[in-house]
Write a protein that binds this ligand. Structure first.
Ligand SMILES: Nc1ncnc2c1ncn2[C@@H]1O[C@H](COP(=O)(O)OP(=O)(O)OP(=O)(O)O)[C@@H](O)[C@H]1O
Ligand SMILES: [Mg+2]
Length: 337
């Protein structure tokens, strides 16, 4: 069985039983992970989850040249995380398609967008695709997940990206076997060079390992006092949990550049958050509504919209960030060897 294996020896993704991955946590701790067996009483033979985790990471750190995984999570609800994850996957797919050498057919999808909320998937509606994952798949034995199995679960959007998502179902996250989710992530990362995760803001047993395995974590927020409070708390807790190397990057969505007397400025937000904001995306209700009503990414319906332009700037920033991080890890490896 594999466990999001592309990162299993990377110290940013601690897999030993002492770390906060899929192990048991205190229920009093806001971000702790509840005991796995309460999530899937009916799941076959998964009660000893911690005992099955792979051994602790070994030195040296493996070279960082595999697939890239980018995660987006909302600091608050309704802040535009799914809209952004869909748009980023679209822009990335378009960029990758444009790199295909002339004369070669661009048939293989390069980007897979995964909705990690198995209770209220937004992606299936944003892209108007059928959900390929069933509750049986999610509760099943992780050992049966392989590349062929994954292919049968994917949906394909006309814009060129693949999608892995479950249908909306009340309490749908409760029956999920977290190890099966990690095996799915593993298999998708083996099959695609780029994987984008839409991570639910309510903590699930698979959230920590998914975030730890990601190359980039974008915490999406907006410019209001309650959102900033929640964003700062979440950032602090995530930093403690994931360690300094997996720090989250703040993305300010629904940002209005025109400053009125009573509105908060970006500098106010950065002071309140005690962090810099990586990027802003403009407030553009018309174009985002039109895109979701058409079941397609913003860049597909309005490629020259301000929102699409902002998202392309963010894409460039993220790409540079991930490639610098990877170069640093590889440099460290060379020096340490
Ligand atoms: N930049 C933007 N400007 C204006 N409206 C936006 C923007 N981005 C998203 N929206 C709108 O905000 C609403 C919520 O978007 P979305 O579903 O992406 O949020 P979410 O954070 O994923 O929500 P949830 O917390 O339920 O998962 C939608 O109506 C969407 O069109
Ligand atoms: Mg969403």
């Amino acid at each position: 069985m594999t466990f999001f294996s592309r990162r299993k020896e990377d110290p940013r993704a601690p897999w030993n039983n002492d770390e906060k991955t899929v192990n048991e946590g205190s229920v009093d701790d806001g971000l702790a992970i509840p005991p796995c067996d309460i999530w899937h009483d009916d799941a076959p033979a998964q009660q000893t989850v911690t005992g099955e985790l792979p051994p602790a990471p070994q030195d040296p750190i493996p070279p960082q040249d595999g697939s890239q995984c980018w995660a987006f999570m909302g600091a608050v609800g309704g802040v535009g995380t799914t809209t952004l994850a869909v748009q980023m996957a679209y822009e990335l797919a378009k960029t990758q398609a444009s790199k295909t050498p002339r004369g070669q057919r661009n048939t293989d999808p390069k980007v897979c967008l995964i909705d990690l909320d198995f209770e209220a998937s937004g992606i299936v509606h944003h892209l108007d695709v059928q959900a390929g994952l069933s509750q049986d798949d999610l509760a099943g034995d992780p050992a049966r997940i392989d590349s062929l199995y994954i292919q049968s679960l994917l949906s394909h959007h006309s814009s060129g990206m693949s999608v892995l998502a479950a249908p909306n179902m009340i309490n749908g996250n409760a029956g999920v076997n977290p190890l099966t989710v990690l095996a799915l992530l593993d298999a998708v990362c083996d099959a695609f060079p780029y994987v984008i995760l839409d991570v639910p803001r309510h903590w699930q047993p698979w959230t920590a390992p998914a975030l730890m395995g990601a190359d980039f974590l974008g915490l999406v927020t907006e410019l209001s006092i309650p959102s900033l409070h929640m964003t700062r708390a979440k950032c602090d807790q995530l930093s403690d949990m994931l360690g300094s190397q997996s720090s989250c990057h703040i993305i300010m969505n629904k940002f209005e550049r025109r400053a009125f007397k009573s509105t908060l400025r970006l500098s106010d937000a950065e002071t309140a958050l005690q962090r810099t904001v990586l990027s802003t995306l403009c407030m553009d209700p018309d174009v985002t509504r039109e895109a979701s009503n058409c079941g397609t990414p913003v860049g597909h319906v309005r490629t020259d919209s301000r929102y699409a332009k902002d998202s392309r700037k963010l894409l460039e920033l993220m790409t540079n960030k991930v490639s610098t991080d990877r170069q640093n890890i590889n440099k460290y490896n060379t020096v340490a060897a």
